[in-house]
Write a protein that binds this ligand. Sequence first.
Ligand code: AMP
Ligand code: MN
Ligand code: MN
Length: 319
Amino acid sequence: MQVTEKIKDYLTGVKKLGIGGHIRPDGDCVGAGLGLYAYVRKNFPEIEVRLYLQPIAEKFKFLKYSEEIVSAVDHNEVYDLFILLDSSDKDRLGEFEPYFDQAKRTICIDHHISNNKYASENIVYPTASSTSEVVYDMLEESLVDYDTACALYLGIVHDSGAFKYSNTSAHTMNVAGRLMEMGIPFTQIIDNTFYSKTYVQNQVLGRALLESILFFNGKCIFSVIKRDIMEFYNITSKDLDGVVEQLRITKGVECAIFLYEVAELEYKVSLRSNEIVDVSRIATYFGGGGHIRAAGFNMKGNMYDVINNISQQIEKQLG
Ligand code: AMP
Ligand code: MN
Ligand code: MN
């Protein structure tokens, strides 16, 4: 599906622009946000623009303007336009939701199949690899510079698993190719922000794999990291990136479940599937969202309740 909307058409008459993304921003969210922010800063200097995101990972801070990201609700601004990126639901904006609610006009740019079209204009392309890919398609190609290219490339790399997940299309590769032509350090972007792990991250990954459990005849796998373990290793949710992906590629597995404890008796759930299970449907059922092969949600209860509830839904689809 070709993206037909152009960002410039939404910016006419806009003096104050707010941009936001989802809580615990991932690579796509940060890439799309900073890519769009840099583009507006450079090509529309008359627009006052602010980018709201919860604190981003250190590894993303090489991106231009990352130090200008606003991570606190600082004043009562009413924006002419507020653009929410990579968020299937308005509440994914977290503490910045009032800026969206008060804005004169709102747009959502996204690629989640579970998107519930909450903005005045919803630019949602579920077949796109990433929100960064959709953002690229909305820009004037000749006005995309090095800084926007680095950010959007990073976003595409993260959501496509470095161009290998099933959401990667020929168009994704064409966009990436055009971004590479800007002279961006693509090798470093992939290694330093996607593959590289700290020693502690590797230890926790190892632990999650060691303690993982296969069930449904080896078709499903799950693992959990409890609060005490996170405290012991002094890690945050950002350090758990990639765990569910490693579980997913276990030979014979169709569906992978990874949980980490976000609070007493509350878990963040990540689901991945390979060919059969529509995990977006399961995540939406439990109040979250995502894509057919990658989705997530939060669930209250003890670990066994959580796993039981999810397994029932998987079983319905596996038959
Ligand atoms: P994760 O498992 O957190 O890597 O997320 C996989 C996909 O599901 C991403 O596209 C997320 O945006 C989406 N997702 C994760 N958690 C939620 C949630 N609580 N609500 C809606 N979408 C989510
Ligand atoms: Mn995201
Ligand atoms: Mn995304």
